[in-house]
Design a protein around this ligand. Structure first.
Ligand SMILES: [Zn+2]
Ligand SMILES: [Zn+2]
Length: 442
């Protein structure tokens, strides 16, 4: 069994006094608290290098933490070891006669699965085992309305595997061109950090992790929608934006069984560098050429005009090398209106993020999928007011998002998220006026 120290749990009696020590005197940063309702406990995580401290506060007198503090006073409560497979770890321990408090894992804080080992077997220390990355969520199945289990990656996790979905006669393959980091405040506009940081933890430079997820559509033709960041940028750029492309579009395209020569159509949602960077490559002679040699590249005319005539506010997002060589190579096709690009795939202008930003709607066998690009870049951007500070016309984003969300709920649209670090696709749900995303597993 391989285990790493995840965190040390400390039962706290007087939270302000504990904060005065851990936060103010030690100068540590305290994350936004998380309630574990079933335990009547509020957990305040304190990152310390690879591990964390967890300050545990009782939220009701019958809470186990209240009982612990009542009996033994505040202090060390448990240690938590993270394991890869909690079921295997539990049966391993059971076979060796360890006394378990939990025979079966259960949901814990931070969207993990946890199980406790009795202190009698661990020389006086309560040991919690934890498997992060997967939590069991209730989701409603379309057909029988029986609750089914959905696996959801945990906060901060990066998922870069190729994910395949079928939609009628078509196959949709979500690829990954790696990860990068953008300022969390800018990513969530008017939403305060106290709220967004519980969805997207920030690094020391306040950046949050985002993925680059182009989408392959295989139908009458083979199309790729957007192509990630590409590999023309310098080390300085990579540092500024925390770029990690150790696994990138080359790898995931090959894993999907495709080569650049297989792509017939490249469709651009817009020409920002996180979407169009992979449209071109620099050859050994230093010349920039189209990356997909047989493809025609479809770009909205208004977006082309904006990208080739940037102004002070949008200049940083547009790098001419990503798209000007397409025109020079004669592979550029400009489209003016919402229209069908290949059988089953239509583009629709959303505006908002940029004036001519567009999404793709994919329909087959009575089912609909959507690649929404920067209309809703991550699952956290599902609610109305979670709109990027980057957007040039945020009120247009709001309107387009509301219209799309209504349609997505009504038609059970499979929505692809271009930048979510963990969730490639999911279904938008609305209940009690709250909008959320149920991840789909490909
Ligand atoms: Zn963009
Ligand atoms: Zn983007």
């Amino acid at each position: 069994m391989k285990a790493v120290l995840d965190h040390v749990g400390i039962a706290v009696k007087d939270l302000p006094a504990a904060l005065a020590f851990y936060r103010d005197a030690l100068g540590l940063e305290i994350e936004a608290p998380e309630d574990v309702a079933s335990e009547r406990v509020r957990a305040h995580f304190v990152p310390v290098g690879e591990s964390k401290l967890e300050l545990l506060e009782a939220t009701a007198p019958e809470s186990p933490i209240a009982k612990y503090v009542g009996k033994r006073g505040p202090g060390l409560h448990h240690i938590t070891l993270r394991v890869e497979d909690i079921h295997a770890a539990l049966s391993h321990l059971k076979a060796r006669g360890a006394r378990l408090i939990d025979d079966q894992p259960r949901p814990g804080a931070e969207d993990a699965l946890v199980a406790f080992v009795h202190p009698a077997s661990a020389h006086g220390v309560l040991v919690e085992l934890k498997q992060s990355g997967l939590v069991v969520r209730q989701a409603h199945h379309e057909r029988d309305h029986a609750p089914t289990l959905t696996l959801r990656p945990s906060k901060g996790e990066r998922v870069d595997r190729v994910q395949r979905f079928s939609l009628g006669d078509m196959e949709l393959i979500s690829l990954c061109d790696g990860f990068f980091g953008l300022d969390g405040g800018t990513m969530f506009g008017v939403v305060p950090k106290a709220m967004w940081s519980t969805h997207a933890p920030a690094d020391e430079d306040n950046r949050i992790t985002l993925a680059l997820r182009p989408l392959i559509v295989r139908g009458a033709r083979t199309m790729i929608i957007d192509a990630g960041l590409g590999d023309k940028e310098s080390g300085k750029f990579h540092q500024l934006y925390a770029v990690d492309r150790t696994r990138n579009l080359d790898h995931t395209l090959a894993e999907a069984g495709l080569s650049p020569e297989d792509i017939d159509i490249v469709l651009a949602s817009h020409l920002h560098l996180g979407h169009a960077g992979g449209f071109t490559v620099r050859d050994p002679e230093g010349r920039v050429r189209p990356r997909f040699p047989r493809a025609r590249y479809v770009v909205r005319r208004g977006e082309w005009a904006d990208a080739t005539h940037p102004h002070e506010r949008n200049r940083a997002g547009y790098l001419a090398d990503n798209y000007v060589p397409l025109a020079e190579a004669g592979v550029l096709q400009l489209v003016d209106d919402d229209q069908t690009i290949m059988p089953g795939v239509k583009v629709r202008r959303t505006g908002g993020h940029t004036m001519h930003h567009q999404m793709a709607l994919i329909e087959s066998g009575g089912k609909t999928a959507a690649f929404v690009a920067d209309l809703m870049p991550t699952t956290a951007h599902a609610p109305d007011q979670w709109i990027m500070g980057y957007d040039l016309y945020p009120m247009d984003t709001l309107g387009a998002k509301q219209r799309f969300a209504m349609e997505a709920v009504a038609k059970n649209v499979l929505v692809f998220f271009a930048h979510d670090p963990a969730v490639a696709a999911g279904y938008i749900r609305e209940s009690d006026g709250k909008r959320s995303v149920v991840p789909a597993i490909g």
